[in-house]
Design a protein around this ligand. Structure first.
Ligand code: PMP
Length: 307
């Protein structure tokens, strides 16, 4: 890859030319909404595909709406801009796409526009803990409540809650925190959803437990139910149930599927990735990369020739 190109307010420009002024409202107050999307390079097909692009675009539009930004972009335009950048950059590797909508304003925090869309892509392989699992703690910080800020969408300001939990986790010698909500029930990780396996069922908290409406979460729920014939339970999870689960794992666009080996020093199962975790991990990788024909409608091809 040559110089990094970015999409910046309708133009493809070198990264060094895309900047935001110091007094910008979004920078000062975290008034920015965003998406994290993955595109996978398939060597055999010489094709790059974006995974669940439409679902990410819909969630970005929901974020714009909930944070009361001016509505400048259609779901179609949000998707087109991603494809335009990847083509311009001629990406031929796995990347994480960072799509942002922010306010080009120096007005106070209640400004609603004018809105600008910017996109960058960065190479990204598998994440920490992918093979051997993570040592987690239960954070003393609670997940932000839907009565305070909307955790179901991706607003930059929400991630200050994630940041507090993550730093506490690192400083306490763990690798990754899990957050309970203000009702004391399991919510999610700072940047990923949480799933458990117990008595053969896949269990995950409902979106109403103050978590991001994760695209990987509902993708895996569908795969577990429809392909694996598993019972899936979306319901409240207590701290004590988490500790006695057979398997626990994180899921998200960046994480894909990352096993959890222990929580607060209590081993999960044998502290090695469990069979359901591994099966979902493999299936998600095969589907995202297009190694299998299944779910072709989840993959948007970037190059029209395909070769
Ligand atoms: N929860 C949070 C707080 C996140 O930031 C993410 C990553 N976007 C997820 C869950 C996973 O969501 P998705 O599967 O849509 O990437």
């Amino acid at each position: 890859m040559g110089e990094r190109l970015v999409y910046f307010d309708g133009q493809i420009v070198p990264y060094s030319q895309a900047s935001v002024p110091l007094l910008n409202t979004s920078f000062r107050y975290g008034a920015m909404v965003f998406e994290g999307i993955r595109a996978y390079w398939n060597e055999r097909q010489q094709q790059l595909t974006v995974f669940r692009l439409e679902e990410h675009a819909i969630r970005l539009a929901d974020s714009v709406k909930l944070m009361r930004f001016e509505n400048r972009y259609s779901v179609e335009q949000i998707q087109q801009a991603v494809i335009e950048l990847l083509r311009a950059q001629q990406v031929k590797e796995d990347v994480h796409i960072r799509q942002m909508v922010y306010l080009n304003s120096e007005e106070p925090y209640y400004a609603r526009g004018p809105v600008v869309m910017a996109i960058a892509s960065v190479p990204m392989g598998r994440r920490r803990g992918f093979e051997k699992g993570l040592s987690c703690n239960i954070s003393s910080w609670r997940r932000i409540s839907d009565q305070v800020m909307p955790p179901r969408i991706k607003c930059a300001a929400n991630y200050q809650n994630s940041r507090m939990a993550h730093i506490e986790s690192f400083e306490s010698g763990y690798e990754y925190p899990l957050l309970m909500n203000d009702r004391g029930k399991l919510s999610e990780g700072p940047g990923a959803a949480v799933m458990l396996v117990r008595r053969g069922a896949l269990i995950t908290p409902p979106v109403s437990a103050d978590l991001l409406d994760s695209i990987t979460r509902f993708t895996l729920i569908g795969i577990a139910r429809e392909e694996f014939g598993m019972r899936v339970e979306e319901r409240e999870v207590d701290r004590s149930e988490l500790l006695i689960a057979d398997e626990v794992f994180l899921c998200g666009t960046a994480e894909e599927v990352v096993p959890i080996a222990s929580v607060d020093h209590v081993k999960i199962g044998n502290a090695i990735p469990g069979p359901v975790t591994l099966k979902l991990q493999q299936e998600l990788l095969a589907v995202t990369r297009g190694d299998v024909d299944r779910h072709a409608d989840w993959r948007t091809p970037v190059y029209s020739h395909g070769r």
